[in-house]
Design a protein around this ligand. Structure first.
Ligand code: HEM
Length: 414
């Protein structure tokens, strides 16, 4: 096997199947300098979790360059108290009992509404008709926005995401779109400040930190744009990737079809083996040493989440999809992450302070939509000669399409 080079990490072969390259890096070059991107790449589970835990040295600042000019400052790029305060204001409405009580029925209703118009038999574009609209529609409904906002929210999310690459004219167009969106929701904020309801805007607008701080109106708008960006594409891709994995693992598909209570474990194992997010970047606030190499302050350390989740020293036979895996926490994720008594948490939602605030929502969406899809269609199959391709597209791994053949009658047994 030839040595991994920076070119390897930017090659089509790697984008098609990065797992062998990561395995080699974990064994031979656990710290790797990618000279094309000027990033120090860490691929082992223990190293990735150590970076996520050390917030003082590994700053979330790289997000500042991506987000600030487009949607303004948000918690994702902040460190220390600035981050803690903002996260504590919004977290209570995003996770836990509030989510279950207020939003689970709403997620089920959105799912039912998206599946209803699909044909009983024939060809269905699952990304176009379900996985792409679902997360934005859920966030919009949680925010208490009227259905007439659906198309507009898609436009906002698409233009803001396009702007994040930092290239003109898309960057200015995305910033203008966020500004326009902020003006639109200002009226909703005014309304909910005066008359709170059970919706997310009320929760965010009235939320306070322990010491009484609140988000400003600009911060509320920025946070909502962040939800569209951070929660939209990731959940869309998670759902599509999950369905693709089920279709390529017939035994798992049969098990979750027969017993929907296994969907939670299947989602955890999916997030470990496959997931969506490939890397996260952190900026060094101090010089560090990794595997005998000094890395200067100011350099960027890139942690490979998907590699960590496939580290064979933590997860036996990591590329095997195992619904009964004993070395993985198959229940809901934990922000503290790590390994306890031989049972590890995957890092597909990150770990520590910046651990995904939408993890509970994403899990609820995927389980609800999958149960409904399986109940609706006893048979799902790839179209002949049109098996989708899953590829790494920079920070995400996702499909080129998910057009499938569906049938309301069970598939004939062979
Ligand atoms: C399966 C779907 C999802 C995946 C794979 C995912 C992944 C991640 C990851 C890896 C992080 C950590 C970022 C870091 O450490 O730098 C993160 C943070 C975040 N995610 Fe998600 N996410 C998903 C769904 C969502 C949803 C549904 C929402 C909200 C609607 C959301 C909102 C956020 C926010 C706001 C943060 C920043 C949290 C902070 O800085 O404290 N995500 N996500």
């Amino acid at each position: 096997m030839s040595t991994v080079t920076s070119e390897t990490l930017h090659s089509q072969a790697y984008f098609d199947d990065p797992f062998g390259v990561w395995e080699q890096l974990r064994h031979e070059q656990p710290l790797f300098y990618d000279s094309i991107d000027d990033r120090w790449l860490l691929t082992r589970y223990d190293d990735v979790t150590a970076v996520f835990r050390d917030h003082a040295v590994y700053s979330a600042k790289p997000y500042e360059r991506i987000f600030t000019d487009v949607i303004g400052p948000t918690m994702v790029q902040m460190d220390g108290k600035d981050h803690d305060v903002r996260r504590s204001i919004v977290a209570p409405v995003m996770v836990g009992r509030t989510l279950e009580q207020n939003y689970q029925p709403l997620i089920d209703t959105v799912v039912a509404g998206l599946l209803r118009p699909l044909p009983a038999t024939g060809e269905v574009d699952l990304i176009g008709s379900v996985t792409s609209p679902l997360p934005l529609k859920v966030v919009a409904t949680m925010l208490g926005m009227p259905e007439s906002y659906d198309a507009y929210l898609h436009e906002v999310a698409a233009e803001v995401i396009a702007a994040l690459a930092g290239v003109e004219p898309a960057k200015s167009a995305g910033r203008d779109k966020h500004t326009e969106f902020a003006q639109q929701i200002d009226a909703l904020i005014t309304d909910r400040l005066a008359t709170p309801t059970s919706d997310l805007i009320s929760g965010i607008a009235h939320g306070r930190s322990e010491s009484g701080e609140q988000l400003s109106r600009d911060e509320i708008a920025s946070f909502i744009s962040l939800l569209l960006v951070a929660g939209g594409e990731t959940s869309d891709r998670a759902l599509a990737n999950f369905w693709y994995v089920l279709m390529t693992e017939p035994e798992v598909m049969a098990a979750v079809r027969a017993d929907h209570s296994l969907l939670g474990a299947a989602f955890s194992e999916f997030m470990r083996r496959d997931g969506v997010v490939v890397y996260e970047d952190r900026e060094l606030t101090a010089e560090v040493q990794w595997h005998g190499q000094v890395i200067p302050a100011g350099a960027i350390v890139r942690v490979a989440l998907m590699s960590a989740n496939n580290d064979e020293t933590v997860f036996a036979n990591p590329r095997t999809f195992d619904l009964g895996r004993a070395d993985l926490n198959l229940g809901p994720e934990k922000r503290a992450g790590g390994i306890r008594d031989g049972v590890a948490n995957h890092v597909g939602f990150g770990l520590g302070k910046h651990f995904c605030i939408g993890y509970h929502l994403a899990r609820a969406e995927v389980i609800s939509a999958t149960a409904a899809l399986l109940d609706r269609y006893p048979a799902l199959a790839f179209l002949p000669g049109q098996q989708p391709r899953m590829q790494v597209d920079w920070f995400h791994r996702h499909l080129d399409h998910l057009r499938v053949a569906v049938s309301s009658s069970p598939a004939p047994s062979r």
